[in-house]
Design a protein around this ligand. Sequence first.
Ligand code: SDX
Length: 426
Amino acid sequence: MADKKAQLIISGADPVDLPVMSGTLGPDVIDVRNLTSTGVFTFDPGFMSTASCESKITYIDGDKGILLHRGYPIEQLAEKSDYLETCYLLLKGELPNTQEKAEFVDTIKNHTMVHEQLKNFFNGFRRDAHPMAIMCGVVGALSAFYHDSLDITDPQHREISAMRLIAKMPTLAAMVHKYSMGQPMMYPRNNLGYSENFLHMMFNTPCEEKPISPVLARAMDRIFILHADHEQNASTSTVRLAGSSGANPFACIAAGIAALWGPAHGGANEAVLKMLDEIGDVANIDKFVAKAKDKNDPFKLMGFGHRVYKNFDPRATVMKKTCDEVLAELGINDPQLELAMRLEELARKDSYFVERNLYPNVDFYSGIILKAIGIPTSMFTVIFAMARTVGWISHWQEMLSGPYKIGRPRQLYTGVTQRDIPDDRG
Ligand code: SDX
């Protein structure tokens, strides 16, 4: 096909031809890399219509509610694969065969422990510190223990760092939980599956090691799959930007954790449960929906809306189905689920939400399952960070595996023009 072009015409200047690039799926992009030669920049706060990179990992069609990881629909991965298979797919581009999976699982198992001295970092935190505050600290500190694998130009160093991060995040997350409970931290058990091992470290104690319910382990694994990656979201973009300076992978992931913590992003799952607690009863829903619509009120309906999805978030659909299955299998009748469903029903009938294409997102139902599994609300975003680590590290690897430049956006300066300090300044 003849090369597509866009033409930029700025009054008083000659037209500028800009190449238009096409991907395999999704909108074309206008390549503005050479725009600086014209003396103008593009202006796009919040990157509403800016593609920051080229990627082959995940594709989202926000209008159709489609999410593909290396071409596979999220619904199929949630149903037919497990989290470590999804990790392999995101990292390497294909689902593993039996041998590849066995080797990958074995590699991960060999890296689940953390350096014993890392425990000392926890003692500097108050017991009631927010778990995400501790995660930011201890994940960043990992780089202090792996001087043997911090050369980001070495593919083997990048590979071992990726394995270490995927393997150690559950161990660290469970340590954070145990620290906040004042209970002894549990060591990982290599005879357990990834999600089963996480729940073992979260809920067992040295005094008693109960078998982990396969229902809960499967639900946990599916939650990990649903949170694994989501193209260039705020935290993934943070990891790419930090990585573009040559920062080590542990520092980059710590930056991603910090960005994810915000309630507009990964912190929303914790905020949804707090919101449902605050609403308390179906009778109060109208009041909170009115607050969400009131421009003078900062309150937003947490777990609703999305930058890309202007249709159902396919993860929310799978999450709701999983929620029903887990609660039914556990015989739990959670009034907050009824409240959430009623809230969704009312919001989806309200013109404010319909006109703005505001649907439940991945965070709307996840908290109800996490609560059923026994995860405290303050740990919800830590679970999100654990699951997203493979997405972050896959994008980090993709960027570093090819030519890249340090990310350094420009600006529209509207401040004071140059002036001198008066000689008679008092
Ligand atoms: C995640 O990017 C990703 O892929 C993220 C994520 C991932 O997997 O990485 O999917 C995970 O972060 C999911 C989103 C979790 N956040 C929340 O649930 C918090 C509540 N949602 C909103 O804060 C908001 O919807 C965002 C942040 C998610 C999206 O914000 P945008 O794209 O900047 O949209 P916007 O704020 O410009 O909203 C458009 C309109 C505005 O009204 P108007 O100015 O047009 O009148 O919709 C309104 C907003 O006020 N609006 C909401 C709302 N979300 C948007 N109004 C009430 N409640 C809401 N939740």
